[in-house]
Design a protein around this ligand. Sequence first.
Ligand code: SF4
Length: 177
Amino acid sequence: MKILLHICCAPCIIYPLKALKEKGAAVTGFFYNPNIYPQEEYLRRKEALEIYSQGQGAEIIYPQYRPEEYVQATQGKEGKERCLSCWNFRLKKTAQEAKLRQFEYFSTTLLVSPYQDQEALKKIGEDLAAQEKIKFYYEDFRIGYRDAHNEARQKGIYCQKYCGCIHSEASSHKKHK
Ligand code: SF4
């Protein structure tokens, strides 16, 4: 199974990479996250992934960071609708890239997070698979979330404090205060 795996951050790749490798899959990562704000935060998450993936011998593709793509994809959307568009545009790009590069499957590390909507992500992945004519690999990776994040903390891998966008950054800042 040759799979292009959308990666949201370093801690979230730990379990899916392990689980997929155990199944004999050939995994290439795709760090496509123009939703991350500000750029310093994007670079911090990217650097954490570079360090972790090098240690694992995992190949990762890093498309250019263009935050305007997030703004365009979520324009006029609020709350849950904004998150749905945010997941959709990142997974759509992953599906298209996977097709272009002749992968059999695409998937996402967002499926490891208990903070994201698993059913909505599954539906988006399946709809995109039908649209883009490429297979979506679905697995509920949430079982590995806690241990992977503990491992990340022990290894000193950067763990972010908010989902990614300016809105999530502002609400985490508010909660903190
Ligand atoms: S909260 Fe997370 S999923 Fe929702 S729009 Fe912001 S970055 Fe995207």
